[in-house]
Design a protein around this ligand. Structure first.
Ligand SMILES: Nc1ncnc2c1ncn2[C@@H]1O[C@H](COP(=O)(O)OP(=O)(O)OP(=O)(O)O)[C@@H](O)[C@H]1O
Ligand SMILES: [Mg+2]
Length: 271
């Protein structure tokens, strides 16, 4: 089944930063042991778009995001981010697996925000946002602090910079997590149910920050159950079930006029 390392006809390179899509998946398969979790995902995320991914629990949404930044290795198919094959280097028509170092370097260009904020508990909001630019990118502390202050202002936390995570609400912690991801100046942001661990009254402030990011032109893949957000802010929406794309289109189209019974059944539960 695997053709990831094969020499099948490779499409023309898409070109970094060029007009090609930010993410392209072709027949992406992923198994854990005998369980096939992704069963041939085909999709394309354009530069600058907000791409919403919805589907029932266990359908493979998080796994797919983890494949995009190579936290999981795909078993078959091809996956490109900004024109580069994820985890492989192409020479002529041969593919070579990348070293972990190189994988890690590519991963820096992709920001990820999880349901659980995973902030460092012993660091203030400011220190959390400064950490990776200083440690990973070698930025000076002064430059990293200035950048972190700007980012925390941007997510509405100018008055909370010196607070530790335990002194912040869930919504505030999630906004710090977004600022922390942005501090690496990513070209793509992945959000995995960023609001589903939050009390309902805190969801809006996080969605507002994401809406603002979208307006600024950030390319975003958002796994969410917030259909209002998907409809208002999303450019595309994909409904996944059992490791396959069941339906794709504009959020308005898919949400108001789903074509498949499985999509209708899912939407009737979350809308
Ligand atoms: N590391 C792993 N080892 C074994 N099975 C896994 C692993 N990660 C995920 N799975 C399985 O893969 C399937 C898809 O999981 P995934 O987390 O991608 O679903 P999801 O769509 O994100 O679901 P949810 O909405 O609950 O977050 C599940 O059946 C899960 O148990
Ligand atoms: Mg998930």
């Amino acid at each position: 089944m695997s053709d990831t390392t094969g020499t099948g006809a490779a499409p023309a390179p898409l070109g970094t930063g060029g007009p090609g899509p930010m993410v392209r998946a072709e027949r992406v398969h992923k198994s854990f042991g005998l369980v096939e979790v992704l069963r041939g995902i085909d999709l394309e995320v354009r530069n600058g778009e907000v791409f919403c991914l919805v589907g029932p629990s266990g359908s493979g949404k998080s796994t797919f995001l983890r494949c995009i930044n190579h936290l999981e290795k795909i078993n078959a198919g091809r996956l490109w981010v900004d024109g580069d094959l994820v985890g492989y280097r192409q020479k002529g028509d041969k593919l070579y697996e990348m070293r972990e170092r190189e994988v890690a370097r590519r991963r820096r260009d992709i920001g990820m925000v999880f349901q659980r904020f995973n902030l460092f508990p012993h660091m203030t909001a400011l220190e959390n946002v400064m950490e990776a630019p200083v440690q990973v990118k070698g930025k000076s502390r002064k430059a990293a602090r200035e950048q972190a202050e700007r980012l925390l202002e941007r997510v509405g936390l100018a008055d909370r910079m010196r607070n530790y995570p335990a002194q912040l609400s869930g919504g505030q912690q999630q906004r710090v997590a977004i600022a922390r991801a942005l501090a690496m100046e990513p070209k793509l942001m992945l959000f995995d149910e960023p609001t589903s661990a939050l009390d309902p009254e805190l969801v809006g402030e996080v969605l507002d920050v994401m809406r603002q990011l979208a307006e600024e032109g950030m390319t975003m893949i958002v796994v969410t159950h917030e259909m209002g957000f998907a409809r208002e802010v999303g450019d595309s929406l994909v409904f996944m079930d059992a490791g396959m794309v069941v339906e794709a289109g504009s959020p308005r189209e898919v949400l108001t006029n789903p074509q498949h019974e499985r999509t209708r059944a899912f939407l009737s539960k979350v809308l």
